[in-house]
Write a protein that binds this ligand. Structure first.
Ligand code: NDP
Length: 256
Protein backbone atom coordinates (compact mmCIF):
# COMPACT_ATOMS: atom_id res chain seq x y z
CA UNK A 1 0.00 0.00 0.00
CA UNK A 2 1.31 3.45 -0.80
CA UNK A 3 1.88 5.97 1.99
CA UNK A 4 -0.99 8.51 2.44
CA UNK A 5 1.54 11.38 2.33
CA UNK A 6 2.02 10.60 -1.36
CA UNK A 7 -1.69 10.36 -2.17
CA UNK A 8 -2.64 12.91 -4.82
CA UNK A 9 -5.57 11.00 -6.30
CA UNK A 10 -8.56 13.17 -7.14
CA UNK A 11 -6.38 16.28 -7.64
CA UNK A 12 -6.66 18.38 -10.78
CA UNK A 13 -3.31 18.92 -12.50
CA UNK A 14 -2.33 21.07 -15.48
CA UNK A 15 0.96 20.37 -17.24
CA UNK A 16 1.99 23.00 -19.80
CA UNK A 17 3.71 21.79 -22.96
CA UNK A 18 2.45 18.24 -22.56
CA UNK A 19 1.78 17.29 -26.17
CA UNK A 20 5.03 15.28 -26.14
CA UNK A 21 8.35 14.74 -24.39
CA UNK A 22 8.85 15.46 -20.71
CA UNK A 23 5.47 17.18 -20.28
CA UNK A 24 3.58 14.18 -21.62
CA UNK A 25 5.53 11.78 -19.39
CA UNK A 26 4.79 13.95 -16.35
CA UNK A 27 1.10 14.14 -17.26
CA UNK A 28 1.04 10.35 -17.66
CA UNK A 29 2.64 9.94 -14.21
CA UNK A 30 0.12 12.30 -12.60
CA UNK A 31 -2.75 10.49 -14.31
CA UNK A 32 -1.39 7.12 -13.12
CA UNK A 33 -1.35 8.59 -9.60
CA UNK A 34 -5.08 9.25 -9.93
CA UNK A 35 -5.09 12.92 -10.94
CA UNK A 36 -7.54 14.50 -13.33
CA UNK A 37 -5.02 15.72 -15.89
CA UNK A 38 -5.12 18.67 -18.30
CA UNK A 39 -2.74 18.57 -21.28
CA UNK A 40 -1.60 21.83 -22.88
CA UNK A 41 0.03 22.79 -26.17
CA UNK A 42 -0.64 24.93 -29.24
CA UNK A 43 -1.79 22.26 -31.71
CA UNK A 44 -5.39 21.35 -30.83
CA UNK A 45 -5.62 18.31 -33.13
CA UNK A 46 -2.40 16.77 -31.88
CA UNK A 47 -3.39 17.47 -28.27
CA UNK A 48 -6.86 15.90 -28.66
CA UNK A 49 -5.34 12.73 -30.15
CA UNK A 50 -2.70 12.52 -27.41
CA UNK A 51 -5.33 13.08 -24.70
CA UNK A 52 -7.56 10.32 -26.10
CA UNK A 53 -4.62 7.89 -26.20
CA UNK A 54 -3.54 8.77 -22.66
CA UNK A 55 -7.09 8.49 -21.28
CA UNK A 56 -7.39 5.00 -22.79
CA UNK A 57 -3.97 4.00 -21.44
CA UNK A 58 -4.56 5.13 -17.85
CA UNK A 59 -8.36 4.68 -17.76
CA UNK A 60 -8.59 8.18 -16.28
CA UNK A 61 -9.84 11.67 -16.99
CA UNK A 62 -7.61 13.54 -19.45
CA UNK A 63 -8.61 17.01 -20.68
CA UNK A 64 -6.99 19.47 -23.05
CA UNK A 65 -6.34 23.21 -22.88
CA UNK A 66 -5.09 24.71 -26.13
CA UNK A 67 -3.27 27.97 -25.52
CA UNK A 68 0.08 29.62 -26.15
CA UNK A 69 1.83 30.00 -22.79
CA UNK A 70 3.61 33.16 -23.97
CA UNK A 71 0.41 35.09 -24.63
CA UNK A 72 -1.02 36.77 -21.51
CA UNK A 73 -4.69 37.09 -22.56
CA UNK A 74 -4.74 33.51 -23.93
CA UNK A 75 -3.24 32.20 -20.69
CA UNK A 76 -5.79 34.05 -18.55
CA UNK A 77 -8.68 32.79 -20.69
CA UNK A 78 -7.19 29.27 -20.81
CA UNK A 79 -6.80 28.92 -17.04
CA UNK A 80 -10.27 30.37 -16.39
CA UNK A 81 -11.73 27.91 -18.89
CA UNK A 82 -9.89 24.92 -17.33
CA UNK A 83 -11.07 25.83 -13.83
CA UNK A 84 -14.64 26.20 -15.01
CA UNK A 85 -14.69 23.07 -17.22
CA UNK A 86 -12.48 20.67 -15.22
CA UNK A 87 -12.31 22.11 -11.70
CA UNK A 88 -10.06 24.22 -9.46
CA UNK A 89 -6.38 23.55 -10.09
CA UNK A 90 -4.52 21.77 -7.29
CA UNK A 91 -1.29 21.17 -9.21
CA UNK A 92 0.46 23.15 -11.95
CA UNK A 93 3.58 21.97 -13.74
CA UNK A 94 5.19 24.77 -15.76
CA UNK A 95 6.99 22.60 -18.30
CA UNK A 96 6.60 24.26 -21.73
CA UNK A 97 9.98 25.32 -23.03
CA UNK A 98 12.30 25.49 -25.99
CA UNK A 99 15.99 25.43 -26.84
CA UNK A 100 17.92 27.63 -29.28
CA UNK A 101 21.64 27.02 -29.70
CA UNK A 102 23.94 29.68 -31.16
CA UNK A 103 27.03 31.60 -30.11
CA UNK A 104 26.00 34.78 -28.28
CA UNK A 105 27.55 37.03 -30.96
CA UNK A 106 25.21 35.45 -33.52
CA UNK A 107 22.12 35.32 -31.32
CA UNK A 108 19.39 37.61 -32.71
CA UNK A 109 17.13 39.98 -30.78
CA UNK A 110 14.03 38.11 -31.89
CA UNK A 111 15.42 34.72 -30.77
CA UNK A 112 16.35 36.26 -27.42
CA UNK A 113 12.77 37.44 -26.86
CA UNK A 114 11.34 34.14 -28.13
CA UNK A 115 13.33 31.97 -25.74
CA UNK A 116 12.78 34.36 -22.81
CA UNK A 117 9.02 34.38 -23.44
CA UNK A 118 8.74 30.62 -23.88
CA UNK A 119 10.92 29.52 -20.96
CA UNK A 120 10.48 32.27 -18.38
CA UNK A 121 7.59 34.66 -19.07
CA UNK A 122 5.32 31.64 -19.59
CA UNK A 123 5.93 30.43 -16.02
CA UNK A 124 5.10 33.90 -14.69
CA UNK A 125 1.92 34.16 -16.78
CA UNK A 126 0.58 30.66 -16.15
CA UNK A 127 1.78 30.62 -12.53
CA UNK A 128 0.11 33.96 -11.77
CA UNK A 129 -3.23 32.91 -13.24
CA UNK A 130 -3.20 29.52 -11.50
CA UNK A 131 -2.09 31.05 -8.20
CA UNK A 132 -5.06 33.44 -8.12
CA UNK A 133 -7.38 30.54 -7.25
CA UNK A 134 -4.80 28.49 -5.32
CA UNK A 135 -3.99 31.34 -2.91
CA UNK A 136 -7.70 32.07 -2.43
CA UNK A 137 -8.42 28.41 -1.62
CA UNK A 138 -5.31 28.20 0.58
CA UNK A 139 -3.59 25.29 -1.12
CA UNK A 140 -1.74 24.38 -4.29
CA UNK A 141 1.50 22.96 -5.65
CA UNK A 142 3.48 24.47 -8.49
CA UNK A 143 6.48 22.74 -10.06
CA UNK A 144 8.61 24.77 -12.49
CA UNK A 145 10.69 22.66 -14.87
CA UNK A 146 14.13 24.21 -14.62
CA UNK A 147 17.29 22.53 -15.94
CA UNK A 148 20.79 21.53 -14.97
CA UNK A 149 21.50 24.74 -16.90
CA UNK A 150 19.87 26.67 -14.05
CA UNK A 151 23.25 25.98 -12.39
CA UNK A 152 25.88 25.49 -15.09
CA UNK A 153 26.34 26.49 -18.71
CA UNK A 154 28.18 25.40 -21.86
CA UNK A 155 29.22 27.49 -24.88
CA UNK A 156 26.33 28.21 -27.26
CA UNK A 157 23.44 28.03 -24.83
CA UNK A 158 23.82 31.20 -22.73
CA UNK A 159 20.29 32.51 -23.45
CA UNK A 160 18.73 29.13 -22.56
CA UNK A 161 20.77 28.98 -19.34
CA UNK A 162 19.81 32.58 -18.54
CA UNK A 163 16.10 31.71 -18.80
CA UNK A 164 16.49 28.59 -16.67
CA UNK A 165 18.64 30.37 -14.06
CA UNK A 166 16.00 33.10 -13.84
CA UNK A 167 13.27 30.45 -13.58
CA UNK A 168 15.05 29.13 -10.49
CA UNK A 169 14.83 32.61 -8.90
CA UNK A 170 11.22 33.04 -10.04
CA UNK A 171 10.51 29.76 -8.23
CA UNK A 172 11.97 31.18 -5.03
CA UNK A 173 10.04 34.44 -5.49
CA UNK A 174 6.75 32.60 -6.04
CA UNK A 175 7.52 30.63 -2.88
CA UNK A 176 8.00 33.89 -0.97
CA UNK A 177 4.79 35.49 -2.28
CA UNK A 178 2.43 32.53 -2.27
CA UNK A 179 3.85 30.36 0.55
CA UNK A 180 1.94 32.36 3.19
CA UNK A 181 -1.24 31.44 1.31
CA UNK A 182 -0.65 27.68 1.36
CA UNK A 183 0.98 27.29 -2.06
CA UNK A 184 4.30 25.46 -2.33
CA UNK A 185 6.44 26.26 -5.36
CA UNK A 186 9.47 24.20 -6.33
CA UNK A 187 11.63 23.51 -9.35
CA UNK A 188 12.69 20.26 -10.92
CA UNK A 189 15.94 20.40 -12.88
CA UNK A 190 16.33 17.64 -15.45
CA UNK A 191 19.76 16.64 -16.73
CA UNK A 192 20.19 15.52 -20.35
CA UNK A 193 16.95 13.73 -21.25
CA UNK A 194 16.22 12.15 -24.65
CA UNK A 195 13.32 14.06 -26.25
CA UNK A 196 12.58 15.89 -29.52
CA UNK A 197 14.25 18.95 -28.03
CA UNK A 198 17.56 17.10 -27.55
CA UNK A 199 17.46 15.00 -30.76
CA UNK A 200 20.29 16.98 -32.43
CA UNK A 201 22.49 16.28 -29.39
CA UNK A 202 21.49 12.61 -29.11
CA UNK A 203 22.40 12.13 -32.77
CA UNK A 204 25.79 13.81 -32.35
CA UNK A 205 27.76 10.70 -31.32
CA UNK A 206 30.66 12.68 -29.84
CA UNK A 207 28.36 14.83 -27.71
CA UNK A 208 26.20 11.86 -26.76
CA UNK A 209 29.27 9.98 -25.53
CA UNK A 210 30.36 13.08 -23.58
CA UNK A 211 26.97 13.12 -21.79
CA UNK A 212 27.36 9.45 -20.84
CA UNK A 213 30.92 10.05 -19.59
CA UNK A 214 30.00 13.21 -17.62
CA UNK A 215 26.95 11.66 -15.95
CA UNK A 216 27.77 9.50 -12.92
CA UNK A 217 24.75 7.35 -13.81
CA UNK A 218 26.51 6.68 -17.15
CA UNK A 219 23.55 7.28 -19.45
CA UNK A 220 21.12 9.82 -20.87
CA UNK A 221 18.00 10.40 -18.82
CA UNK A 222 14.59 9.09 -19.83
CA UNK A 223 11.43 11.14 -19.46
CA UNK A 224 10.16 8.58 -16.91
CA UNK A 225 13.15 9.38 -14.69
CA UNK A 226 11.52 12.73 -13.87
CA UNK A 227 8.11 11.47 -12.82
CA UNK A 228 8.93 10.49 -9.22
CA UNK A 229 10.34 13.92 -8.41
CA UNK A 230 7.25 15.72 -9.68
CA UNK A 231 4.89 13.33 -7.88
CA UNK A 232 6.78 14.03 -4.66
CA UNK A 233 6.77 17.82 -5.11
CA UNK A 234 3.04 17.72 -5.96
CA UNK A 235 2.14 15.61 -2.92
CA UNK A 236 1.39 16.36 0.77
CA UNK A 237 4.81 14.81 1.50
CA UNK A 238 6.25 18.12 0.21
CA UNK A 239 3.97 20.41 2.25
CA UNK A 240 7.04 21.90 4.03
CA UNK A 241 9.27 21.93 0.93
CA UNK A 242 9.20 25.18 -1.02
CA UNK A 243 11.57 27.33 -3.06
CA UNK A 244 13.85 24.38 -3.84
CA UNK A 245 15.11 22.94 -7.09
CA UNK A 246 15.42 19.16 -7.20
CA UNK A 247 18.01 18.16 -9.81
CA UNK A 248 17.22 14.87 -11.51
CA UNK A 249 20.31 14.54 -13.65
CA UNK A 250 22.02 11.26 -12.85
CA UNK A 251 24.42 13.30 -10.69
CA UNK A 252 25.81 15.52 -13.46
CA UNK A 253 25.52 18.90 -11.70
CA UNK A 254 27.37 17.55 -8.66
CA UNK A 255 30.64 16.46 -10.29
CA UNK A 256 33.37 18.19 -12.27
P1 NDP B 1 9.94 19.22 -26.33
O1 NDP B 1 10.45 20.16 -27.36
O2 NDP B 1 9.98 17.76 -26.62
O3 NDP B 1 8.44 19.63 -25.92
C1 NDP B 1 8.14 20.96 -25.65
C2 NDP B 1 6.68 21.07 -25.30
O4 NDP B 1 6.39 22.45 -25.02
C3 NDP B 1 5.75 20.64 -26.40
O5 NDP B 1 4.65 19.95 -25.85
C4 NDP B 1 5.29 21.96 -27.02
O6 NDP B 1 3.97 21.83 -27.51
C5 NDP B 1 5.28 22.85 -25.79
N1 NDP B 1 5.39 24.27 -26.09
C6 NDP B 1 6.47 24.94 -26.60
N2 NDP B 1 6.18 26.24 -26.75
C7 NDP B 1 4.91 26.41 -26.30
C8 NDP B 1 4.04 27.52 -26.20
N3 NDP B 1 4.45 28.75 -26.57
N4 NDP B 1 2.80 27.35 -25.70
C9 NDP B 1 2.38 26.11 -25.31
N5 NDP B 1 3.15 25.01 -25.39
C10 NDP B 1 4.40 25.16 -25.89
O7 NDP B 1 10.76 19.56 -25.01
P2 NDP B 1 11.18 18.64 -23.75
O8 NDP B 1 10.08 17.72 -23.41
O9 NDP B 1 12.54 18.11 -23.98
O10 NDP B 1 11.33 19.76 -22.63
C11 NDP B 1 10.30 20.09 -21.71
C12 NDP B 1 10.86 21.05 -20.67
O11 NDP B 1 11.96 20.43 -20.00
C13 NDP B 1 11.38 22.36 -21.25
O12 NDP B 1 11.07 23.42 -20.37
C14 NDP B 1 12.89 22.14 -21.31
O13 NDP B 1 13.61 23.33 -21.26
C15 NDP B 1 13.08 21.31 -20.04
N6 NDP B 1 14.32 20.54 -20.04
C16 NDP B 1 14.54 19.57 -20.98
C17 NDP B 1 15.72 18.85 -20.96
C18 NDP B 1 16.00 17.76 -21.93
O14 NDP B 1 17.12 17.23 -21.88
N7 NDP B 1 15.09 17.39 -22.81
C19 NDP B 1 16.76 19.12 -19.95
C20 NDP B 1 16.42 20.15 -19.01
C21 NDP B 1 15.24 20.83 -19.07
P3 NDP B 1 3.48 22.30 -28.99
O15 NDP B 1 4.71 22.49 -29.85
O16 NDP B 1 2.58 21.18 -29.41
O17 NDP B 1 2.73 23.58 -28.74
Amino acid sequence: MSHPLFDISGSTALVTGSSRGIGLALARGLAQAGCRVVLNGRDGDRLAKTAAELAAEVSGEVHTAVFDVTDGPSVAAGIADVEQRVGPLDILVNNAGMQLRAPLLEFTDSDWHRILNTNLTSAFLVGREAARGMTERGHGKIVNICSLQSEVVRPGIAPYAATKGALKMLTKGMCADWGPHGVQVNGLGPGYIETELTQPLVQDEEFSAWVRRRTPAGRWGRTEDLVGGVLFLASPAADFVSGQVLYVDGGMTSVL
